[in-house]
Design a protein around this ligand. Structure first.
Ligand SMILES: *Cc1c(COP(=O)(O)O)cnc(C)c1O
Length: 357
């Protein structure tokens, strides 16, 4: 068996140990005679799996008691609508920070529900930095931002101040670094970037923000009803939750979020140090706002893109093509990407430059 280094932005690599354990347990989970896929979500086995996953996640991120952890469906994209439906609380407006493709999508969706005011934007420099001074309306229901722009490769390395609850789309750097949950009203993340398989969305929300949802909000989209039902108002994405639970165990065993952060810093440094030392490749993002998870880069001549990708595939590295909206290359180096994968990429980039530079 050979595992390839998959630099996909999502669905992305999962730890080999997790997949292998899931493989061992696929026909018979812990002597139950069943696959987790076959279990009733109301049965004691699965209820235990879900409770343990939540407990481990709370522990990994030190989630305060006054926050609910919800395990939902619909992806981060559904949260673009679900957030205003739940958090407007009858107010007419919400503020948004615009830093790239994903925040633009969130803004577009929110406009169907309320008046949207742009509190900060990096559009003036083609979304290549993270604006830290936000002009948030005091009567806004909340302010929303994307804390790691997956496509542009721009990450907020601290949480800016705001006079209203802060909502973050943390999809592509969730669990890659410690976060101070208490600074947020709500954080959400689709699982397929850094947590587990697609189909699961994690929402961490402060209790006092629950309830008073917009009229005609479907019950499965009402955070309060989901919280009261332990996220099982209807059948949850059971298998994705189980795999996420194994990923949480894997993270705990290797030393938790501070340890994975150390590794992520080292991996990103390897790649950015090389990018800084060459003129053959470029990265447009302001140095202090570079993402540790998603590293976009361009080759000096776009004609070399195809040969670059072909050579990478021959060396066991795939999914390096940049997002269709920006072109170039992108290496997504989430928690499960080993350091050796990044090293192999850098070695190949050097070799390619020698041949074509
Ligand atoms: C991938 C991604 C999304 C969309 O996730 P879906 O699960 O496809 O809805 C939204 N925001 C960010 C930052 C992402 O990286």
């Amino acid at each position: 068996m050979s595992r390839i280094f998959n630099f996909s932005a999502g669905p992305a690599m999962l730890p080999a140990e997790v997949l292998s354990r899931a493989g061992d347990e696929i026909l018979d989970w812990h002597g139950s005679g069943m696959s987790v896929m076959e279990m009733s979500h109301r049965g004691k086995e699965f209820v235990g799996i879900a409770a343990e996953a939540e407990k481990d996640l709370r522990e990994l991120l030190s989630v305060p008691q006054n926050y609910k952890v919800l395990l939902l469906q619909g992806g981060a994209t559904l949260q673009f609508a679900q957030v205003p439906m739940n958090l407007l609380h009858g107010k007419g407006g919400a503020d948004y920070v615009s830093t790239g493709e994903w925040s633009k999508k969130a803004i577009k969706e929110a406009k169907a529900f309320c008046d949207v005011h742009i509190a900060a934007s990096s559009e003036d420099k083609n979304f290549s930095y993270a604006p830290k001074h936000w002009n948030v309306r005091k009567d806004a229901a909340y302010v929303h931002y994307c804390s790691n722009e997956t496509i542009g490769g721009v990450e907020f390395h601290s949480v800016p101040a705001a006079p209203v609850p802060i909502v973050a789309d943390a999809s592509s750097h969730f669990l890659s670094r410690p976060i101070e949950i208490a600074k947020f009203g709500l954080i959400y993340a689709g699982a397929q970037k850094n947590v587990g398989p697609a189909g699961l969305t994690i929402v961490i929300v402060r209790e006092d923000l629950l309830g008073n949802v917009a009229k005609s909000t479907p019950s499965v989209m009402d955070y309060k009803l989901q919280a009261e039902a332990d996220s099982m108002l209807n059948t949850p994405p059971t298998y994705s939750m189980y795999i996420a639970g194994l990923v949480f165990k894997w993270l705990k065993a290797l030393g938790g979020v501070p340890e994975i952060e150390k590794r992520n810093v080292a991996k990103a440094k390897l790649l950015y140090d090389f990018l800084d030392a060459t003129k053959f490749y470029g990265n447009p993002v302001a140095k202090e706002d570079r993402s540790r998870m998603n590293v976009p880069f361009t080759l000096r001549d776009a004609k070399l893109d195809e040969p670059f990708l072909k050579g990478a595939a021959e060396r066991g590295m795939v999914q390096l093509k940049g997002h269709r909206s920006v072109g170039g290359m992108r290496a997504s180096i989430y928690n499960a990407m080993p350091r050796e994968g990044v090293q192999r990429l850098v070695d190949y980039m050097k070799e390619f430059e020698k041949r074509h530079g």
